[in-house]
Design a protein around this ligand. Structure first.
Ligand code: TXA
Ligand code: MG
Length: 341
């Protein structure tokens, strides 16, 4: 974790690297991002290469404040201003028609660009430092800093485990506060459409929009061809650990439902880890109980670390007790459902 006295030197180094074509993994409040300066097409191309990501999967553009929207989009509707005022800095990405000065490689050739202002002091400090080096053009294109198809990283350690020496700098800002990716809202149509559930829940969006937004988070069935998906990062495989994931829908006290999910797995000789909001009474001693995930916000915060932990333990299956719906519970349920599919 970067200490205060070294933070400013690290931030300057990160900005220098970005301004000169380097790749920097940096913390945000959601997950760690793999950043490149948005106007350096070669660096952006390297992001795709390092991640092993298809070039038609667009990258989110991170800016320092809402006033910079105009630089990267061709028009800013009133609803975008209202959402930005309500949620930025924070875990909301909005899709708007991109401006012609944004390199096409950033959006994978798509007409819209996803933008957000991250709520992490180090990310914001890097953007401010980059603005001194590239005045007026400080924006960082950054997907999650994992290899394509892996669970998003929520600590610097996760980033190092995935990307190792392929990045020029990993800026360590500690564990990400939110722990799941940003909510994506498409504002290019007549009505706002949520394309990915994330760190801003539907209830809070509805408060600002005046109605519950449409939710279209299912990639079309032909999405394996990628071109068909509106938000291609929504493929189920993106959220899957190596172990098989078995979901359990349970009331407040999940022990009976967990037992019936665990028992056949253990009987079949499979090594099982259990993740649950609360501790599970009377768990089969052959199963490994991971530290309880807690209420939905806490569950979101620890989810990806627990999935990675289970993989490190080398279990064959993860029995995951779903949090109740509502708030970030919806996001955690979405990710676990994808992980299980
Ligand atoms: O919280 C987050 O959003 C993190 C942090 C680093 O900001 N970033 C992140 O990026 O999750 P990534 O690339 O792993 O996922 C972004 C997804 C893409 O896979 C794509 O589905 C969608 O957002 N997306 C981004 N820009 C888009 C665009 N212009 N059109 C359609 N979908 C887009
Ligand atoms: Mg990702």
């Amino acid at each position: 974790m970067v200490k205060d006295d070294t933070a400013s030197a690290e931030v300057e180094r990160a900005a220098e690297l970005l301004a000169h074509g380097g790749l920097v993994a940096l913390p945000t409040e959601t997950v760690y991002g793999l950043g490149a300066w948005v106007l350096d097409e070669a660096a952006v191309a390297r992001v795709f290469a390092v991640k092993g990501r298809p070039v038609d999967h667009p990258l989110i553009v991170h800016v320092g404040h809402a006033g910079e929207l105009e630089r990267w989009v061709s028009s800013v509707p009133d609803v975008a201003r209202r959402l930005a005022a309500a949620f930025w800095p924070g875990p909301l990405t909005i899709l708007l028609p991109r401006s012609s000065r944004l390199p096409a490689v950033v959006t994978g050739g798509r007409p819209a660009v996803g933008l957000r202002v991250p709520a992490h002091p180090l990310a914001l400090a890097v953007l401010a430092a980059l603005d001194r080096l590239r005045p007026g053009d400080a924006a960082i294109a950054a997907p999650s800093a994992n290899r394509f198809g892996r669970v998003s990283p929520t600590t610097a350690e996760h980033v190092r485990a995935d990307l190792g020496g392929d990045v020029d700098l990993v800026l360590d800002g500690g564990p990400c506060a939110v722990g799941v990716e940003s909510t994506i809202v498409d504002l290019t149509g007549a009505r706002p459409v949520v394309l990915r559930l994330g760190g801003i829940d539907l209830e809070h969006l509805a408060d600002v929009l005046g109605e519950r937004p449409a939710v279209e988070t299912e990639a079309p069935s032909d999405a394996e061809s990628l071109g068909g998906a509106r938000a291609p990062g929504l493929l189920a495989s993106h959220y899957a650990p190596q172990a098989q994931v078995v979901l359990v829908e349970a009331a407040a006290e999940p022990s009976r439902e967990v037992a019936s999910a665990v028992e056949p797995l253990v009987r079949a000789g499979r090594r099982v880890a259990v993740i649950s909001p609360t501790s599970v009474a009377g768990l089969d001693p052959a199963a490994i109980e991971l530290e309880p995930a807690g209420p939905p916000d806490d569950y979101a915060h620890v989810l990806y670390d627990r999935l990675r932990q289970a993989d490190r333990l080398g279990v064959d299956a993860i029995v995951a007790v779903l949090p109740p719906p509502g708030g970030l519970g919806d996001t955690v349920r979405d990710r676990l459902r994808r992980a299980a599919s």
